[in-house]
Design a protein around this ligand. Structure first.
Ligand SMILES: [Zn+2]
Length: 256
């Protein structure tokens, strides 16, 4: 699908449902950098997996890789003025700026009690602390006690980032948006709906892949567009009402 056809599809649709996948975390782009993999391993070993989304963003910044940012800005431009909803299994904070969205896997924008109770917004001080920690991690001498987001005012346990990589993930961080999304989705039924699934793998198939297929199947006026380097095939049920594009979704968006 070229740019013209894509713009045409957008133009003709009344509602647009967008799914953003793991590809927007940047792990595929960072995999080639040795210090990135070392850092991931170190975070996992130290029980700091909840820092992984922030580590991804730090490394993308360090690598001066702006590909994902550019792709998301383009997407935001396409969605402007259209009735849309973005569902993301990526934790990239830039997705929160794209438009109306829900991020069920969390992000780096909120912190929670490690025992699960409290939810708070991240502060500039927290950001600075994580940056310092990552700087040391990249040099191979991370001090896990050096990264602190404060303690829970309810139970005194340390605070951690509110995302799916933390042990007691507090899902209240996204549930209000999820309810809005469910309501929005019910309203798509008799409308010309464009379903855009971008870079979504099989890690959390029940969040985007399967429900999006179902939504497109039951809507007579839906068009389903799946962009994925490897998993681009459409199911038989969607034959004739969609397309599968075998490309890196970030690169595909950026070149539109
Ligand atoms: Zn607590």
């Amino acid at each position: 699908m070229d740019r013209e056809e894509f713009l045409d599809r957008i133009e003709q649709s009344e509602m647009i449902l967008v799914g953003l996948g793991e590809e927007f975390d940047g792990t595929k782009r960072l995999k080639r950098r040795a210090e990135y993999g070392r850092g991931c391993k170190c975070l996992e070993e130290k029980g700091l997996s909840w820092l992984l989304p922030a580590w991804n963003e730090y490394c993308l910044e360090q690598a001066q890789d702006s590909g994902i940012g550019t792709a998301l800005e383009k997407l935001g431009g396409f969605l402007k003025g259209k009735n849309h909803f973005v569902v993301s299994v990526s934790t990239n904070r830039k997705i929160a700026l794209v438009g109306r969205n829900v991020m069920p896997c969390g992000s780096v924008l909120r912190k929670q009690c490690s025992a699960g109770c409290v939810l708070q917004d991240i502060t500039e001080e927290d950001r600075e602390g994580m940056r310092n920690f990552f700087r040391e991690a990249a040099q191979g001498r991370p001090q896990s006690e050096a990264v602190s987001l404060g303690i829970c005012p309810e139970c005194g346990a340390p605070l951690v980032l509110n995302n799916i990589y933390t042990e007691n993930y507090n899902e209240n961080g996204y549930l209000d948006q999820w309810k809005l999304y469910m309501k929005w989705l019910q309203g798509t039924l008799n409308h010309r709906l464009l379903v855009l699934e971008l870079g979504v793998g099989m890690r959390f198939p029940t969040v985007i892949r399967w429900p999006f297929e179902k939504t497109a199947f039951f809507n007579q006026k839906a068009y389903f567009c799946r962009v994925n380097e490897n998993l681009y095939q459409l199911t038989k049920e969607l034959a004739g009402k969609g397309c599968g594009i075998s490309e890196d979704a970030v690169a595909w968006l950026a070149q539109l």
